[in-house]
Design a protein around this ligand. Structure first.
Ligand code: PHB
Length: 390
């Protein structure tokens, strides 16, 4: 099992008052991500982002040095759970961070609750995750949050008949439901909803069914890391030539893989909360620094989720003045706002989900590279499933 521990930053002078140790204790963050297996790009992106955050902040949070314990769960939920338990009991981490897939985040929820340790979910994106523990706070997104704007855009832009095609697990089912519901309300028709197995997906037979149904568009969700395989099979089946548009969540046209997708991806309209092409000065500086520190690797939304996870944890420690009590930290995280490289964000104090701008983008060639170029923005979107209950 991969285990990397690194203590960043300068050692802080010991401060004691009344025999109680304060600021000399490190902030301990236990980070669990898939570094191997089909979702390894999530781990690679999140590790790079967290290391960049530490480098840019002198390895410190609220005047304390940060001790980061990073472990690979290989995408296996039993392993995620075992590692989380070990980190809480043996390493005595103050915060858990990461969780590259929904089942991995769900496996840790009972541990976060029992140990009263904040679980900052920086990747997984099924809506219900934050409802599984009062100690879960999310810096990634939810699938309904980014899917509803895509369905609204489709209905307004001449698309009348759609087939949905999603990975058959939590976030895919969330995306399918959100699309079917919103597109239907806006006057569109979803004629078929196809679900593809998550592991080793063969999209070909499903794409053939889409082709036979001849809709105006196919709406697709596959998780980060799977988009290139999908796009290749989409191109091979010549759906675009048959007049079927591809619309998607930005997970499909993931910045990490987009440049290798080739011309099949050009013109794909999709919705998401982060693009490496986002034009803010904060993002330009972030992309440049990220690429410089990582051999030219472009950051994607997974990297940004982890970078913001670190910002949120730091802000919480600042607010508690270094108090490491998990309940105090979660309370401090509620309602927290900051300027992310994706745009302005807030942690919804009721749901502990992130409220953020969602962008409609089109894949375009800029110079020699492919980018998700933002052309419309929906301000400060909450997870719509929970917002409806509020
Ligand atoms: C998830 O499993 O929750 C997940 C993973 C990758 C994505 C989106 C959601 O791109």
């Amino acid at each position: 099992m991969l285990r990397r521990t690194f203590v960043a930053g300068i050692a802080f002078a010991a401060l004691t008052a009344g025999g109680v140790a304060y600021a000399q204790d490190a902030v301990k963050i236990g980070m669990i991500v898939p570094m191997t297996g089909p979702s390894s790009s999530t781990g690679r992106q999140q590790e790079a982002a967290v290391k960049l955050w530490l480098a840019q902040n002198g390895g410190m949070m609220a005047g304390k040095k940060v001790e980061l314990i990073l472990k690979d769960d290989t995408g296996n939920a039993d392993m995620t759970k075992r590692i989380a338990q070990e980190m809480v009991v043996n390493d005595k981490v103050h915060v858990l961070l990461g969780f590259g897939l929904t089942p991995l985040a769900l496996a840790v929820a009972p541990i976060a609750t029992q140990a009263k340790v904040p679980q900052v979910v920086s990747a997984a994106a099924t809506a219900i995750i934050t409802e599984q523990s009062p100690y879960i706070v999310r810096t990634s997104f939810t699938l309904p949050q980014v899917t509803v704007p895509m369905a609204e855009w489709a209905a307004k832009n001449g698309i009348k008949k759609v087939v949905t095609l999603v990975s058959d697990y939590g976030p895919g089912i969330d995306a399918e439901k959100a699309f079917v519901e919103r597109f239907g309300k806006d006057g569109g028709t979803v004629t078929e909803s196809l679900r593809v197995p998550l592991r080793n997906p063969d999209f070909a037979p499903f794409l053939q069914r889409v082709k036979d149904a001849a809709p105006d568009a196919v709406f697709v969700f596959v998780p980060s890391g799977f988009g290139a395989t999908f796009m290749k099979q989409f191109a091979d089946r010549e759906l675009a030539k048959a007049g079927i548009k591809l619309i998607a969540t930005g997970d499909v046209t993931d910045d990490d893989l987009l440049n290798d997708m080739g011309d099949a991806a050009v013109g794909v309209v999709n919705s998401h909360h982060y693009s490496a092409a986002h034009g803010s000065p904060e993002n330009k500086a972030f992309v440049e620094a990220f690429k410089k520190a990582n051999n030219g690797m472009r950051p994607n939304f997974m990297g940004v989720g982890a970078f913001d996870g670190m910002t949120l944890i730091a802000k919480a420690f600042e607010k508690t003045k270094g108090n490491t009590d998990g309940t105090a930290l979660v309370e401090a995280m509620k309602g927290m706002s900051w300027t992310s490289v994706r745009g302005p964000v807030t942690i919804d104090p009721q749901t502990r989900d992130i409220v953020q701008d969602v962008y409609i983008r089109k894949v375009e060639k800029v110079g020699n590279e492919l980018f998700n170029v933002e052309f419309a923005k929906i301000d400060q979107v909450k997870d719509p499933v929970k917002a409806a209950k509020q």
